[in-house]
Every structure is written in structure tokens, then in C-alpha cells.
Design a protein around this ligand. Structure first.
Ligand code: HEC
Ligand code: HEC
Length: 460
């Protein structure tokens, strides 16, 4: 695991042959003093972002994150082993699934769409409109065991699930490392803690907008996007009231934040019968409170990374960003025929900030350019968030930066002799058996010597 910036590659590696390889292993074995305790994870949020809150009973560690990443991508987490969290939260789609409504492992359709996990560490409440779901730990149980609708379909299968984990040597090791004080580390509570820890690392703040506003690059956004930003933050368009702040959503919290801000609002999507009604299976906050004015109130999702997360709204009923702009420009949506017919702009429960506006063609283009500047391509390509079951092309490249350093070789050696945690370099365990064998070590050393892309490094 490399722990500092980007040190130049040791020339030592460039010259070496097999003898040097063995030398490295030997030195490493002697020099390694890595203790097998868990390793606190230090958030390094983008400039301008606060530090996320983490529950006292689930301090975040590298070991939990490494374990949670495997679990997030593991289809053994569904009853019929067809789906994992990542089936509905796909990295290349900003951790959504591209569908208007999510579809569970048994084919049941969810009334709502999968939500983006961008910056979910900062969310005060989870889900489109559930005021009771306030921790990622609790939230994880919903897709696993929920029956209305069935998502992962694990209800009644808790023991079977834990058996599946026990039957996997890599999980035995990763659970034990993540929860070193537990005699039986493989438990449902620990599984949930690990997944929540992984969720908390999905932080995204490297957009052109961020580079510009943080003073890192004055040219990161165009003049047009700059002008569009003025519209976004204006009392004319009002977007910022509900999609404001660093996370571009109102319902956020962080360490040291005295107020958890949570809001659910009605943005005028429906108005069935002219009485403010929403489709019966999607009444928003009303479903929890039964307070009439809560009809149609939903959490305003983050606008970060929208480029990857279409279609939009809780039920995916707006296909693209142009449709979203039309929706707000009209001050609500009018549906002229069918069971949901009604003029959303006249919904009595609609927020006062949804008032409608007109834009010139130039303004509309500026506005779109601003919205485009809120997308962070890094999140969808970051290998640390990627599927760990896909063999990484570079054995031993613990930090996923395309080269193997001496520190990384040391970690791999430490793992193989039991002195270091596997979580520090899952990329060294190519076979997935929870250990780093001599062959795997040699593969890692090969990557160091010959570079990651070389055939030798990619070989088994
Ligand atoms: C069948 C598809 C599906 C699967 C599988 C699934 N999710 Fe989701 N996820 C959704 C949907 C749909 C929502 C919105 C739920 C709602 O509000 O009704 C959601 C919401 C969330 C949220 C809330 C995000 C926010 O901004 O409030 C988190 C976090 C989350 N899922 C994590 C997970 C994790 C972790 C797993 C695996 C244990 C998982 N999901 C499995 C579809 C899925
Ligand atoms: C009164 C608060 C409010 C204002 C003002 C507001 N929104 Fe929203 N926005 C919401 C809510 C609530 C939702 C989710 C509604 C739903 O799904 O029923 C939403 C959803 C969205 C979505 C869909 C995101 C997704 O992941 O599905 C986009 C995009 C969006 N708004 C953009 C904007 C823009 C652009 C503006 C300004 C023109 C704006 N919003 C103004 C509250 C607001």
C-alpha cells in the first residue's frame, strides 16, 4: 500500500532479474514489521468538503472498506445468487442502474428507481422519502431482507448467507481482519458495518465546477457555464434552495455540523384529480406521516454526476436533462391523459420555489453547460470503487496507480507470511484464496520489474 504521494520508481527495480526478486523477498520478510491490527481510514475529502460523520460503533478502517467492497459486488448476497448491490448501483452509471424502476433478484419491480451513491456518506436520511432510515448500516438491511419489494431476497436466509461467507477462505480472512476483536467475525452485524464503510468512501468532488470554485483551475469551466451557474444560484431559477451546498442536495450532515439538515419537498411532478395526488405506490413522505401536505414530498437528490444517472426523479419518469429543465421551466409537469393526468404546476402541496421561468436559447445553453460541469468522471473510473472480483491487470498494484512500488511488494510479502492484513493489498491475491502465494509474489515482483502492462506482469 503506498502511503505517500508519487515517489519516482526505484531504479533498483529497473535493473533487477530473478536474483533481485529473491533479494527483495528476503529483505522484505525481514524488514516487515506490519502488525495485524486494523488500520484507521483517514478521509481525505476534496477541497471544500467537510469530513463525513461515522457512527461511534462503526469506526471506519481500511479492512472494513476492503471487505465491504467485496460484499457490495458479491452475488452471494442475494437469495438466488443473481444480484449484488452493484446490480442496481453500477459504478459506470454513477452507482445507479439506468432503469426508471429498479428490478429485484426475483424479477419484482421496485416502485422507485435506484439512487446514486455519490457522496452518500453525507446523507442525513437514506432513500427517496424515508425519514426513519438515518444510517447506512440500517439502510443496508433494506435491500437485503426487504420483501416489499424483494430486492436481494435474503429474508429467512440469514444462516445460509453466513454459511456462504464461511465457505470462502478470503472472507474468513477479511472478516477476521476487519473485526479483530470478535471471536466469530462473520456475522450479519459485521457484514452490514463493512458495506456501510465501503459506501462512505464513494466521495466525489473532482468536477470542473470544483476545480474552478476551489481556485485549482480558473479555466476549468467556460464563460457560458459560469453564466449558467449564476442562473442556478439565482432567485429566478431557485435550484440552489433544494440542491445547494457542496453536495448539491439539502439533506446533508458532516462532522462538527450542529444541524442535520433534512428536507422533503414536492416539485410538482403530479397532480392527480387536481387535489395534489401522487400515484398510490409513490406518495413520498406522506406514506410515513399520513400528513396531507406531505403528499409528493421527496428528498432532493444530489445533482452531482447526473450525466451518469438518467432517467430522473423517484420513478424515472423524466428521461433526460432537457426534460428536467422543461419540467422546472413549466413550474411542474402537466400530464394530459391516463390515470395520472393532472397539472403538476397547480399541485397545492408544491414548494413555493417551483415557480417556473423562461430562458432565452443562450441562457438555456449556459444553464446546461453549468449543469454539465457538475459531473466527475473520476468517480466512475476510480479502481478503488470497482469490482474487486475482476482480476486487476497489475498483480501487486495495491494502490491501483498502474505501477508496483517496493512498499507494495513489502505489503504482499507481509500478507503471505501472515504479518500484514490481506485488506492492504487484495490485488496481490490473484487466485482469491485469501493468501498470497510465492507465485503470486513473483507475479507482483514481475509487475514491478517489467511494468504493469507487460505480458509478464499480466501472466497468471
Ligand atoms: C434491486 C435493486 C437494488 C439493489 C439490489 C440494491 N439497491 Fe440500493 N437502492 C435501490 C433503490 C430502488 C433505492 C431507493 C429506495 C427507496 O427510496 O425506495 C436504493 C437506495 C439506496 C441507498 C440510499 C441512497 C440515498 O442517497 O439515499 C443506498 C445507500 C443504497 N441503496 C445502498 C445499497 C446497498 C449497500 C445495497 C446492497 C446491500 C443495495 N443498495 C442494493 C435499489 C437497489
Ligand atoms: C423545492 C425544492 C427544489 C427545487 C427548487 C429544485 N428541485 Fe430539483 N428536485 C427536487 C426534488 C424533491 C426532487 C425529487 C423529486 C421526485 O423524485 O419526486 C428533485 C429532482 C431533481 C432532479 C432529478 C435527480 C435524479 O437523480 O433523479 C434534477 C436533475 C433536478 N431536480 C434538477 C433541478 C434543477 C436544475 C432545478 C432548478 C431549475 C431544481 N432541480 C430545483 C427539489 C427541488
Amino acid at each position: 500500500m503506498r502511503n505517500s504521494g508519487n515517489p519516482p520508481r526505484s531504479p533498483f527495480f529497473k535493473r533487477g532479474g530473478r536474483a533481485a526478486v529473491l533479494g527483495v523477498c528476503l529483505v522484505a520478510t525481514m524488514a516487515t514489521s506490519l502488525a495485524r491490527a486494523d488500520t484507521p481510514y483517514v478521509f481525505n475529502p476534496p477541497k471544500g468538503f467537510p469530513i463525513p460523520k461515522v457512527p461511534d460503533d462503526n469506526p471506519i478502517t481500511l479492512e472494513k472498506i476492503a471487505l465491504g467492497r467485496f460484499l457490495f459486488y458479491d452475488t452471494r448476497l442475494s437469495g438466488n445468487q443473481t444480484q449484488s448491490c452493484s446490480s442496481c448501483h453500477q459504478q459506470d452509471k454513477g452507482f445507479t442502474d439506468g432503469l426508471p424502476n429498479a428490478v429485484g433478484s426475483t424479477g419484482q419491480m421496485h416502485p422507485r428507481g435506484a439512487m446514486s451513491l455519490t457522496n452518500v456518506a453525507y446523507a442525513t436520511v437514506l432513500g427517496w422519502a424515508n425519514p426513519l432510515l438515518t444510517s447506512l448500516e440500517k439502510q443496508t438491511l433494506v435491500p437485503m431482507f426487504g420483501e416489499t419489494p424483494v430486492e436481494l431476497g435474503l429474508a429467512g436466509m440469514e444462516e445460509e448467507l453466513l454459511n456462504r461467507m464461511h465457505n470462502d477462505a478470503r472472507y474468513e480472512r477479511l472478516f477476521a481482519e476487519a473485526f479483530p476483536n470478535d471471536s466469530d467475525a462473520i456475522s450479519l452485524g459485521n457484514l452490514v458495518k463493512a458495506i456501510a464503510s465501503f459506501d462512505r468512501t464513494l466521495i466525489s468532488g473532482n468536477t470542473p465546477y470544483d476545480r474552478y470554485t476551489q481556485g485549482l483551475d480558473d479555466y476549468a469551466i467556460s464563460d457560458s457555464a459560469f453564466n449558467g451557474g449564476r442562473l442556478f444560484f439565482s432567485e429566478r431559477l431557485e435550484c440552489f434552495h433544494c440542491h445547494g451546498g457542496f453536495a448539491f442536495t439539502a439533506s446533508v450532515t458532516s462532522q462538527g455540523n450542529p444541524f442535520d439538515e433534512t428536507s422533503f419537498t414536492n416539485n410538482g411532478l403530479y397532480n392527480i384529480d387536481g387535489k395534489g395526488g401522487y400515484p398510490l405506490n409513490n406518495t413520498g413522505l406522506f406514506a410515513f406521516t399520513q400528513v396531507p401536505s406531505d403528499m409528493g414530498a421527496f428528498k432532493a437528490p444530489t445533482l452531482r454526476n447526473w450525466k451518469f444517472t438518467a432517467p430522473y426523479m423517484h420513478d424515472g419518469s423524466i428521461a433526460d436533462i432537457e426534460g428536467v429543465i422543461d419540467h422546472y421551466a413549466a413550474g411542474g409537469r402537466t400530464i394530459s391523459t391516463g390515470p395520472f393526468a393532472g397539472d403538476g404546476s397547480k399541485n397545492p402541496f408544491k414548494s413555493n420555489f417551483i415557480r417556473g421561468f423562461t430562458l432565452t436559447d443562450e441562457e438555456r445553453q449556459d444553464f446546461l453547460n453549468f449543469l454539465l460541469s457538475l459531473n466527475d468522471d473520476e468517480l466512475v473510473h476510480n479502481p478503488r470503487h470497482s469490482n474487486p472480483f475482476n482480476a486487476w491487470r497489475c498483480p501487486g498494484d495495491c494502490g491501483y496507480d498502474g505501477e508496483v512500488t517496493i512498499d507494495e511488494i513489502l505489503s504482499a510479502v507481509g500478507i503471505s507470511d501472515g504479518a500484514a492484513n490481506l485488506a492492504l493489498c487484495v490485488a496481490a491475491d490473484r487466485s482469491g484464496d485469501g493468501d498470497v502465494t510465492i507465485d503470486e509474489l513473483l507475479a507482483a515482483v514481475n509487475s514491478a520489474l517489467n511494468g504493469c502492462a507487460s505480458p509478464a506482469a499480466v501472466a497468471p
